[in-house]
Design a protein around this ligand. Structure first.
Ligand code: NG6
Ligand code: CA
Length: 506
């Protein structure tokens, strides 16, 4: 009798455990389909040709290649703009940045995203996600008069990020400090920070007046406050203990990104991991100096690649790589000399950061906005190459579709099937932007309206895409945009001109 009772009891426990196990499994299976962790790995100024998987042979990027070759590799993947601030604006808001005239911001600029606006982190938060950003921000902070010694708000934490660990603007702009959830990290209250983009603080050395104190020489701009031997844009005083170490920046952000992953391994999370490389000043950690043979620009790309590898290892270690969708891309195209003498031109050798495209950072030609762009999801996305036209601006609507959120944004297209590798039907057209100028991409065509400015930015040696006449290129036969065929194709020109003007509302 007792044994029977015992047996029944055991059976009950067994059934209970079996059922519980099943329902738990079902839940996780469903969770995997709809709510993977989402990571956006965002490089700064990485060119279409800077990645092995996109044809670089002189530069080794095994970890970037793993993401690109192991997922959907887009050959026509675009940042919305040829500079940082507008591209990041589009990525996070799903709105064309030229609608609000977003341009490169100084380190003291107010936040340019309205706290009432939809953002990717807000949208994912509404679906139960934890949301974090580690790395470069460059979308402004505060309301125009930031006291860097108090809480800095509004910023990422007011736009849907539960966690933020950022640098305010760029590595070459002051303040050269990290901001941890709105507070300057490591700030000594007895050594307050002051920042100005107008006038220097009395007695503070500058790159212009004290070149003997610099270890990196400025070429154009970048001759104001000196931090760690590097002359910067903008003036800063105080905050000695809070100043970052440039050579440790990549490791520091990696640590924060890994920490975020390990703290959130049980929750669906969104992490925007915005690396600072290969933007100037290029300051590889000593263990990467000489790694590329191309000087600091190549070295920091190798460094960034290593960081990505370590980050992937962390996802693996936490057992969540299979449940994490990873977007890998860059905010704009490449530039060699962007204001410092750092051998980027001299030691380039046979490497071609533009990957056969014309122009570069700041340009309306293809190399300005066409960037490495891939979506990786181990076990869920089959590796393939797609020529579909996609833009970072589409991540909003597509991630909303993935996670079951609503998206009504007119500029952001739901391309979930394209990002998942199930379809090659990308955008019909895309407006790209560079320094306030815009152009149209559609099918095989690139259409650029006339712009009067100089055809080349001689300081960085990049063709900007300006011309007095209309420009029309067929990228299928002429990826390098060598033949303007506007005159030979008046009908096509008219069609694209009309479409462009309609979208732009002009
Ligand atoms: C430019 C800087 C350049 C870089 C860029 C922003 C000068 C002369 N040039 O104004 O070095 O900082 O702004 O780059 O100051 S971005 O990738 O953040 O858009
Ligand atoms: Ca950039």
């Amino acid at each position: 009798n007792r044994t029977l009772k015992h047996l029944v009891g055991l059976l009950a426990i067994f059934l209970f455990v079996a059922c519980a196990d099943k329902s738990e499994k079902k839940e996780t299976e469903e969770a995997e389909i709809k709510q993977p962790n989402i990571v956006v790995i965002y490089l700064d100024d990485l060119g279409y040709g800077d990645v092995g998987a996109y044809g670089a042979t002189e530069l080794k990027t095994p970890n970037m290649d793993k993401l690109v070759n192991g997922g959907v590799k887009f050959t026509s993947g675009y940042a919305s703009s040829a500079t940082c601030t507008p591209s990041r604006y589009a990525l996070l808001t799903g709105e064309y940045p030229w609608r609000v005239n977003a341009q490169i911001l100084p380190g003291t600029a107010p936040l340019i995203i309205d706290t009432e606006q939809p953002t990717v982190p807000k949208m994912l938060k509404s679906q139960g996600y934890k949301t974090g950003i580690v790395g470069k921000w460059h979308l402004g902070l505060g309301n125009g008069n930031v006291d860097w010694n108090q809480e800095i708000t509004p910023g990422p934490n007011q736009l849907g990020f539960d966690y933020s660990y950022i640098l305010a603007a760029t590595q070459d702009r002051v303040p050269t400090v990290y901001i941890d959830n709105g507070k300057v990290d490591n700030l000594d209250p007895n050594d307050p920070i002051e920042v100005s983009y107008k006038t220097n603080f009395e007695g503070e050395p500058t790159g212009k007046d004290n070149p003997e104190l610099t270890t990196m020489k400025w070429h154009h701009g970048h001759n104001q406050s000196i931090v760690n031997g590097v002359p910067r844009i903008g003036f800063m005083k105080g905050g000695e203990a809070a100043k970052w170490s440039d050579v440790d920046m990549a490791d520091h952000f990696l640590e924060k990104a890994k920490e975020y992953v390990s703290n959130h391994k049980d929750a669906p999370f969104f992490l925007y991991y915005a690396l600072q490389q290969p933007h100037v000043p290029r300051t590889p950690h000593p263990r990467f100096v000489g790694a590329s043979g191309m000087g600091p620009r190549g070295d920091v790309i190798v460094e960034a690649d290593w960081m990505i590898g370590e980050f992937l290892k962390e996802l693996e270690k936490q057992g969540i790589l299979e449940n994490t969708l990873i977007v890998f891309t860059s905010d704009n195209g490449p530039v060699l000399n962007d204001g410092y003498y750092d051998d980027a031109v001299e030691k380039l050798g046979d490497h071609n950061p533009r990957g056969g495209l014309r122009g570069g950072k700041y340009s309306l030609f293809e190399a300005g906005t066409r960037v490495p762009f891939s979506v990786y999801w181990k076990g869920k996305i089959a590796p393939k190459t797609s020529d579909a036209l996609v833009c970072q601006i589409d991540l909003y609507a597509s991630l909303a579709a993935l996670t079951g959120a609503e998206s009504k944004l007119p500029d952001s297209k739901n391309l979930l099937d394209v990002f998942m590798g199930k379809s090659d039907e990308g955008r019909e057209h895309l407006i790209i932007e560079a320094g306030g100028r815009t152009a149209l991409r559609k099918g095989d065509w690139a259409f650029i309206p006339p712009y009067p400015g100089s055809t080349i930015n001689t300081q960085v040696n990049i063709e900007l895409g300006n011309d007095e006449s209309y420009q029309l290129y067929n990228l299928k036969n002429d990826l390098g945009q060598q033949q303007n065929i506007a005159e030979e194709n008046p009908e096509k020109l008219e069609e694209l001109k009309t479409e462009y003007e309609n979208i732009r509302g002009i």
